[in-house]
Design a protein around this ligand. Structure first.
Ligand code: NAD
Length: 339
């Protein structure tokens, strides 16, 4: 069995971590033909857009893609390619598991959280304008029953399929009474279809404090787009940082996998950053393809290399300046050997 997968290497550290992921996935023996396409600022001159149609068409055709991070300019410039891609392909669920890996320096052990972030609306609809140029600007936050039902159902189905007990709906319904009132009511209605899974809810600021103090009290979290973005980085911090946390953007029968982290431009081309998040995104991809055994092998190999703590990147050393830290590709080599 051979699979065709669209690969967008991304920019910044993207190409390096993508290459490491490709090598590890190929080392499992699963046969993958990579359709490599570029997106982001570098292709604007050639195609007139950072997300050319042929890239979207490739993912639509293959039904599965994996990408490195892509830089988005701050305060100006083009709309995020990542956001546009999720929206264009209706990849409505952003799944970001945050689980402790033994050996990773982190504030807690045995954290096991799953973040389910709504991926198509909320503060990310990109409707912004200046009310008074230079003085006042406005952004629109959209919450719909349709998208909330869809993400809530995804969270409950995920919980049921994966033996999870509780879904927590995260909101700011005390202030955003209409939008988050609708979000919370809709999640509560969907919850009635899942009597085997408990539902509770938390206001987002309180949740952040509780996650930092008592992360073990939480299980699956379902959040609107912006809160999901912020809380998932917080959860990455609980389990050892952005270098280790994978992610998946999932729609109906189609998915694009990517690490939670961004393009870390300051480390571009240095063979320095941790490839684990992208390699584990590759494992999530293999699971999606039904290659569960290969995915399990990657997870075990990653855990072994990190557990040994020798051939790991700087961020996984207790002292970040530890001279024995290895580079991105050398850590991938160690994982391939462990496979
Ligand atoms: P970032 O994730 O790139 O970096 C945040 C911090 O985490 C930095 O200190 C960085 O060095 C560290 N870090 C990130 N990845 C790491 C890794 N693999 N190993 C070790 N350390 C790692 O976030 P940022 O600085 O806020 O964003 C940089 C750019 O990335 C921005 O243009 C942003 O829009 C983009 N971004 C893209 C995506 C995506 O493609 N899905 C996601 C987030 C941010």
């Amino acid at each position: 069995m051979s699979y065709t997968v669209t690969l967008i290497p991304g920019d910044g550290i993207g190409p390096e971590v993508s290459q490491a992921m490709q090598r590890v996935v190929e080392a499992t023996g699963v046969s993958i033909e990579w359709e490599v396409h570029e997106a982001g600022e570098a292709v604007i001159q050639k195609y007139g857009t950072p997300l050319p149609d042929h890239v979207l068409e490739s993912i639509r055709r293959n039904k599965v893609g994996i990408k490195g991070p892509i830089t988005t300019p701050v305060g100006k410039g083009f709309r995020s390619v990542n956001v546009s891609l999720r929206k264009a392909l209706e990849l409505y669920a952003n799944l970001r598991p945050a689980q402790s890996i033994p050996g990773v320096p982190a504030p807690y052990r045995n954290v096991d959280l799953v973040i389910v972030r709504e991926n198509t609306e909320g503060m990310y609809v990109g409707i912004e304008h200046e009310v008074i140029p230079g003085e006042a600007a406005e952004a629109i936050r959209i919450i719909t029953r349709r998208a909330t039902e869809r993400i809530a159902r995804f969270a409950f189905e995920y919980a049921r399929t994966n033996g999870r007990k509780t879904v927590t709906a995260v909101h700011k319904g005390n202030i955003l009474k209409l939008t988050d009132g609708l979000f919370l009511r809709t999640v509560q209605q969907v919850a009635q279809e899942y009597p085997d899974i408990a539902l509770n809810d938390r206001i987002v600021d309180n949740l952040c404090m509780q996650l930092v103090q008592r992360p073990h009290e939480y299980d699956v979290l379902v959040l609107s787009n912006l809160f999901g973005d912020i809380v998932s980085d917080l959860c990455s911090g609980l389990v050892g940082g952005l270098g280790v946390t994978p992610g998946a953007n999932i729609g109906d029968g189609i998915a694009v996998f990517e690490p939670v982290h961004g393009s870390a431009p300051k480390y571009t081309g240095q063979n320095k950053v941790n490839p684990t998040a992208t390699i584990r995104s590759g494992a999530l991809m293999l699971r999606f393809l039904g290659e569960v055994e290969a995915a399990d092998r990657i997870e075990r190999a990653v855990a072994q290399v990190i557990g040994e703590g020798k051939r790991v990147t700087y961020d996984l050393k207790l002292d970040r300046n530890d001279p024995t830290a290895v580079g991105t590709q050398e850590m991938a080599d160690a994982i391939i050997e462990a496979l």
